[in-house]
Design a protein around this ligand. Structure first.
Ligand SMILES: Cc1cc2nc3c(=O)[nH]c(=O)nc-3n(C[C@H](O)[C@H](O)[C@H](O)COP(=O)(O)O)c2cc1C
Length: 199
């Protein structure tokens, strides 16, 4: 019945190549997990979701970080120093059903945010394809990719997408909006083609 429904939907829009790509992606189960405070990484995650049809999950913490920027910076510094892994409220059901896991994060303290370390520590991604994406204030990814590689030693890690997002320290929160959102969306699409997620 479901198959019939897809066939009918497909037949009704033969010109829509995006639709065809999304249908093709459904053979590979895609999960998009992200952490975002000021919604720049969330904007990129939603673009990936729209283009691939994957399942989108935002990582939430049991004890949320402070709203205040200086306080979160101090707390994250301390957590990194102590190797503290903050407990997550978000649990991924049926992770074993996914073949590809996009992992999105802002650069914090020039490395992976502690909640992403918690996620990689708690979830077994061996044998899966892991695809990192990132936003930052213009200083790049720092140590985060090296940390990701060491936390997912048995995953195939594809080329990342990284783009400038907000700069909370200077009062710039969500920067990926309006015209900038369209530009970033085109960059995301080009990247997804380059890594052969989209044909
Ligand atoms: C605690 C904290 C630490 C940060 N550290 C860095 C950093 O080391 N390098 C950098 O380029 N940006 C840093 N940023 C800025 C974020 O990476 C940037 O604003 C990003 O786009 C935020 O993503 P989001 O809107 O999804 O939360 C930091 C932001 C926070 C809140």
């Amino acid at each position: 019945m479901l198959f019939l429904l897809f066939s009918v939907c497909g037949a009704s829009q033969p010109e829509n190549t995006k639709g065809v790509e999304v249908e093709a992606m459904k053979s590979k189960k895609i999960l998009i997990v992200y952490l975002s405070r000021t919604e720049n990484t969330k904007a990129v995650a939603e673009m990936i979701q729209e283009k691939t049809g994957g399942d989108l999950v935002e990582l939430k913490l049991k004890n949320p970080y402070p709203e205040n920027y200086q306080e979160i910076v101090s707390q994250v510094d301390q957590e990194n120093e102590d190797g503290f892994l903050p407990p997550l409220k978000t649990r991924i059901k049926n992770l074993e059903n996914y073949d590809m896991v996009f992992i999105g994060f802002p650069t914090w303290d020039m490395q992976l945010p502690p909640p992403i370390k918690s996620f990689l520590n708690e979830n077994e991604l061996s044998g899966k394809t892991v695809i990192p994406f990132n936003t930052n204030a213009g200083y790049g990814l720092g140590q985060s990719l090296a940390q990701l590689r060491s936390l997912c030693p048995k995953s195939e890690i594809l080329k990342e997408f990284s783009v400038e997002g907000g700069y909370e320290k200077q009062g710039v929160l969500l920067a990926i909006k309006g015209e900038r959102e369209q530009k970033v969306s085109a960059q995301v699409e080009a990247w997804l083609r380059a890594i052969e997620i989209l044909k």
